[in-house]
Design a protein around this ligand. Structure first.
Ligand SMILES: [Zn+2]
Length: 82
């Protein structure tokens, strides 16, 4: 089973759950930060990472397409938090 990526509010999930092989990222990350965060977590797990993108321990590239909520209200809803 490949590593999966899910989004969860900060503090509600461990960064990596070995039981489900799921990486939890804070909601609201843009794609660039998502890739950076996933790579950092995978590196901590001793999974070699390619120059770009992120890769599962089996060598498969991970799908990091942003999960945009269906009820997104528009560009004004985008925040620029720290
Ligand atoms: Zn895999």
């Amino acid at each position: 089973m490949c590593i999966r990526v899910q989004y969860a509010p900060i503090g509600s999930a461990r960064p990596y759950d070995a039981a489900t092989q799921t990486i939890a990222l804070p909601t609201g990350l843009d794609r660039e930060r998502t890739v950076t965060a996933v790579r950092a977590i995978l590196s901590e797990l001793a999974v070699p990472q390619p120059q770009f993108g992120a890769r599962c321990f089996c060598g498969e590239p991970l799908d990091l397409a942003p999960r945009i909520p269906q009820q997104r209200t528009g560009e004004q809803a985008v925040t620029h938090g720290a």
